[in-house]
Design a protein around this ligand. Structure first.
Ligand SMILES: [Zn+2]
Ligand SMILES: [Zn+2]
Length: 336
């Protein structure tokens, strides 16, 4: 049986379970592991049966619980390589130096400065090399060590005990995919495609299993031609309907954030989603789920009305069932 269960959708966390045949995958893990498991249980999905996690992009609302969940279940995480790197960068602030490394660096710099000064003396004897050497204090003397040395030494001690699992980016297994290149996870075929969004290498997906095709397109600034192309012949479509333009314009966000949301690599408005439904969508899906609704700049009713208006404009689309994904509770599983 094929099932599609949205556990959460919105800027505070996104996650969906896609099941087909004997395979179950988690698309994004934007909530804590504990909350993901709680919601899966609520929605009748057993977390222990998950086979893999697939990530759309590295924004926090899509990856928050990925490491803990993957470790707890011992399952692989599928990323594009650029998304994986961006995620690792996000988790690894610049590493502090150990005391020993710092001391070595100081000595090396002192030696370099001295060598430089000596070469200046050789080539230009008119210059007083003493000037260049004044700075070369004795760095090995305790009086000259910074106060943070104790912290650095403690770091060094913790370094010695480090195991792979102390690394926040450690995962049981990482699999790379590329946008535009289909792959399979067990009984589910996955077609990743590029979406316009301000992340390293963001993607949407079409999942197919047992002849059922499910499209996944949230976090996109506009419906680009390749996205339109992908969202055809679907049985289910999860489409972003992020904000109402007026609410965003008059809302609380600073102007720079408003600009970002509105941009071609931001988020899809109710109007843009309904324009796609009215003009470019083929009407094949039995279910349309509106997702990633902003809590500050949208109202579920506004999103629903905009989409309904688009669908009723075309008699052939009336058979489409319209649902709204929620931020704070899972949607009942859609079964095929
Ligand atoms: Zn998002
Ligand atoms: Zn995003």
């Amino acid at each position: 049986m094929v099932r599609f269960t949205v556990l959460a959708s919105g800027s505070k966390g996104n996650s969906t379970v896609v099941s087909g045949g004997h395979t179950r995958i988690l698309v994004d893990a934007g909530l804590s592991c504990r909350e993901l498991f709680r919601r899966m249980n609520l929605a009748g999905e057993d977390p222990q049966t998950l086979d893999a996690i697939v990530i759309t992009h590295e924004h926090q609302d899509h990856v928050n619980g990925v490491a803990v969940t993957a470790r707890k279940l011992g399952i692989p995480v599928y990323f594009t390589e650029a998304t994986h790197r961006a995620w690792m960068r996000w988790l690894s602030p610049r590493r502090q130096m150990t005391y020993r490394q710092w001391l070595e660096m100081c000595h090396k710099q002192a030696a370099e400065r001295q060598a430089e000064a000596e070469s200046v003396e050789e080539t230009d004897s008119a210059d007083d090399p003493e000037e260049d050497l004044v700075e070369d204090a004795d760095l090995s003397s305790p009086a000259n060590l910074p106060e943070t040395v104790a912290e650095l030494a403690a770091d060094e001690a913790s370094d010695r005990q480090a195991s792979p699992k102390d690394d926040p980016t450690w995962l049981p297994a990482v699999e790379y995919f590329r946008p535009g290149e289909p792959f399979s996870i067990g009984d589910i075929d996955v077609q990743p495609f590029t979406i316009p969004h301000d992340a390293a290498d963001p993607v949407g997906f079409v999942f197919a299993s047992e002849g059922v095709r499910m499209g996944f397109a949230t976090d996109l600034g506009y419906v680009a031609p390749n996205v339109r192309e992908q969202l055809r012949n679907l049985d289910l479509l999860l489409l972003e309907s992020n904000h109402d333009l007026e609410m965003l314009r008059d809302g609380p966000y600073p102007w720079s954030v408003k600009q970002r949301v509105l941009s071609r690599v931001g988020h899809l408005s109710n109007d843009a989603a309904s324009q796609f439904l009215a003009e470019d969508y083929d009407g094949q899906a039995a279910y349309i789920i509106l997702g990633h609704l902003s809590e500050n700049n949208n109202l579920p009713e506004l999103a629903r009305v905009a989409a309904e208006r688009a669908l009723t404009g075309r008699a052939s689309l009336l058979a489409n069932r319209l649902l709204l994904a929620e931020q704070h509770q899972p949607l009942s599983a859609i079964r095929f």
